[in-house]
Design a protein around this ligand. Structure first.
Ligand code: FDA
Length: 391
């Protein structure tokens, strides 16, 4: 085994947060080593946004993030904004576009973002395909045994992300390290993940492939986007968003007609008493969904023969249809992890552990989770910059 090499900082994880942190620290003249067990850096960036990387969101404010401490992300997000990242993207002449809801994507390929980060971090040493075998701390320096080498430095950055999508190299290693260094954990759960339906509701799985715009509500959050029925349950952006707020035993409420005015069904009865519910719903919803909902509402007759009270009840149910998912599709399908290393043990200015000077935690490993739509990368960049400026 070769002699320990001198570095100012060792960053574990060459994802978005680790690479951004390496770039900032190396440009400040720090001698930085990045270690990753995956064969290449930035694998999640490469597959993100359908290969075009939704690299930030123009609305990336702290209220778009979940954390046990909703204020924790404020400082880092204010000091490194979506505009700051756009400047970097502009400097590297990467063309981009806004798709919807402030979500910014590359015109070309996510590879451009990885290339940009590697160029920015050119002064850092990046070792991929290097499993980390041991990490220890003697009170002043961190020692890492990785691959066939041993390295040490006064600073160590945990940037190994969360356990979502293990086949991309994701692990719960950050949590193991946290425990070793006495940092607390907020229970990690799969987030931005499809929900599964069982029992009576499994019948909705027959609608697999049907998508429609809805308002989905859970845990005090509400999202107006598309929902998609799948062969296991429900997905689509609205469902992925509420999944981050969902806990076992809770219901997810769906408004299938979020644009409809109150009393619309009674009004339809007055104007078209001979119309039937499946046809009326089918004017606003996909046919298969309209048929299933009408069947479950049990209004088979012409609207003119249905009592107003029944139509009012149907309308209420359509705007607040309760599903009780029996689970999620788990970390294998989750875009991110909600929970993680507790922010209570970290400085919100620098991401440094309060009780272990020199130890930093950034990116998805931290208990800060963004909504769908570029928010998670913005947190990776912002927390990486905060630590990179402090190393
Ligand atoms: P990240 O997981 O990116 O990096 C961690 C690194 O640590 C990896 O390179 C991994 O190999 C390495 N590592 C893990 N364990 C290790 C160990 N034991 N030893 C050594 N190295 C180890 N977000 C967004 O804002 N816009 C988007 O478009 C998308 N799209 C998207 C699609 C899909 C399919 C997924 C799974 C996720 C997204 N995301 C997203 C979320 C986004 O990818 C995620 O929030 C960031 O990649 C987190 O960045 P980090 O650097 O913290 O972790």
């Amino acid at each position: 085994m070769s002699a320990p090499a001198p570095f100012d900082a060792i960053i574990l994880g060459a994802g978005g947060a680790g690479l951004m942190c390496a770039a900032v620290a190396a440009q400040r003249g720090r001698k930085v080593l990045v270690i990753d067990h995956a064969p290449d850096p930035g694998r999640k960036i490469l597959i993100s946004g359908g290969g075009r990387c939704n690299f930030t969101n123009l609305g990336a404010a702290p209220d778009r993030y979940l954390s046990a401490n909703p204020h924790f992300a404020r400082s880092a997000l204010a000091r490194y904004t979506a505009q700051d990242f756009l400047e970097l993207v502009g400097k590297h002449r990467i063309a981009w576009h806004e798709k919807t809801l402030g979500q910014l994507f590359c015109d070309g390929s996510a590879q451009q973002i990885v290339r940009m980060l590697l160029d920015e971090a050119a002064a850092a040493t990046i070792r991929c395909d290097t499993p980390v075998r041991d990490v220890s701390h003697n009170g002043t320096r961190f020692r890492v045994v990785a691959g066939d080498r041993e390295v040490e430095a006064p600073s160590l950055v945990i940037a190994t992300g969360g356990p979502s999508i293990p086949k991309l190299g994701a692990t719960g290693f950050a949590y193991e390290l946290a425990k070793r260094f006495g940092l607390r954990l907020v229970e990690p759960r799969p987030a931005l993940v499809p929900l599964t339906l069982g029992g009576e509701e499994a019948l909705f799985r027959e609608l697999s492939g049907v998508a429609t715009p809805v308002e989905a509500r859970c845990g005090g959050a509400a999202f107006r986007e598309a929902a998609l029925f799948t062969h296991k349950g429900m997905s689509g952006p609205a469902i992925l968003q509420v999944s981050s707020y969902w806990r076992h035993g809770q219901a997810v409420a769906i408004d299938f007609l979020p644009q409809a005015a109150s009393g619309w069904l009674r009004e339809t009865k007055r104007q078209r008493p001979r119309a039937r519910l499946p046809a009326v719903l089918g004017e606003q919803l996909p046919g298969r969904l309209a048929d299933t909902l009408a069947e479950r509402l049990g209004i088979a007759s012409e609207l003119g023969n249905a009592p107003d009270k029944a139509l009012e009840a149907a309308e209420r149910r359509l705007s607040d249809w309760r599903f009780e998912p029996n689970g999620t599709e788990g970390f294998a399908k989750a875009e991110v992890t909600v929970g993680g290393i507790s922010t209570a043990d970290l400085s919100q200015q620098t991401m440094e552990a309060r009780k272990v000077p020199g130890l930093f935690v950034i990116g998805e490993a931290v208990d800060v989770t963004g909504w769908l739509g570029g928010y998670n990368f913005q947190w990776a960049w912002a927390s990486g910059v905060a630590a990179g400026q402090a190393l």
